[in-house]
Design a protein around this ligand. Structure first.
Ligand code: GLN
Length: 250
């Protein structure tokens, strides 16, 4: 049987800053190197998402301006399908601005409240144009190891009671620079502020997403490990950089 990962990429032309498209390239390479097929469906404004047709959904980050252009369409054209997909265990990876719009709402720098899909129980509020932005290298504790990336956001995200963060901040700011959490996990939906792009330097997390996404349809999937020496060296260098400069968690 030919294995294939079917990915929906939401708003690739609008929600794509700080190299977030690199996550798609990383997933494709890690599939192809294992002989797993890879299919991307790009869904822009006005295009509906069919939840049964995808194993993984990706949405990247954006400035407030693009979020304003996307928010209504995301809720109206794709919101119901996204919640249906999340309920069925489809993997969702939402980065920064995309992560914010997967919560209940995002209140932008100018004070306008954008509706969110509600996949994650969280709210995000930007304190205003003059507020300090959370910018810099980030290290997060995740499943006994670390995730590394780069953050650049003004919004402060607060998780609802009972919602788990993706990990604990070791270096950097994370969701709000206060409670030590970074990102959010709800079932197989993952939200994070980590740009970079995230996945190339975090091969263990990339494989976790691929395996989780494929095992819904291929129950006995076993994925051979890849030679990740280069990725692991880059990961270790990023950890050293983020922690050496004294960007210590709050
Ligand atoms: N515009 C949002 C903020 O400033 C998200 C930014 C981003 O996606 N990097 O918080």
């Amino acid at each position: 049987m030919e294995l294939k990962l079917r990915l929906a990429h939401l708003y690739p032309k609008l929600m794509n800053i700080y190299g977030d498209r690199g996550n798609i390239l990383c997933l494709e390479r890690r599939c192809r190197e294992r002989g797993i097929g890879f299919e991307v469906t790009e869904l822009g404004l006005g295009e509906k998402m069919k939840p049964k047709e995808h194993d993984l959904v990706f949405i990247g980050g954006a400035q407030d301006r693009e979020q304003r252009r996307v928010a209504e369409d995301l809720v109206k054209e794709k919101g119901k399908a996204l919640k249906e997909a999340a309920a069925k265990g489809v993997v969702i990876l939402a980065v920064c601005g995309g992560y914010q719009l997967m919560g209940r709402y995002y209140r932008g720098a100018e004070g306008e409240e954008l509706p969110g899909v509600g996949v994650f129980g969280l709210r995000t509020e930007h304190p205003g144009p003059g507020a300090k932005r959370f910018i810099g290298n980030v290290v997060v504790e995740w499943q006994g190891g670390t995730l590394v990336g780069f953050e650049n956001h003004g919004g402060r995200t607060h998780l609802d009671d009972g919602v788990e963060p993706l990990g604990r901040v070791v270096a950097g700011f994370g969701n709000n620079g206060d409670d030590g959490g970074e990102g959010a996990v709800c079932g197989n939906a993952y939200g994070t502020y980590l740009h970079g792009s995230l996945l190339p330097k975090n091969p263990r997390f990339a494989d976790h997403l691929i395996e989780t996404a494929l095992r819904r349809r291929y129950k006995d999937l076993e994925m051979a490990p890849l030679d990740d020496r280069v990725e692991e060296m880059a990961h270790a260098a990023a950890v050293r950089l983020a922690t050496r400069r004294g960007i210590i968690s709050v």
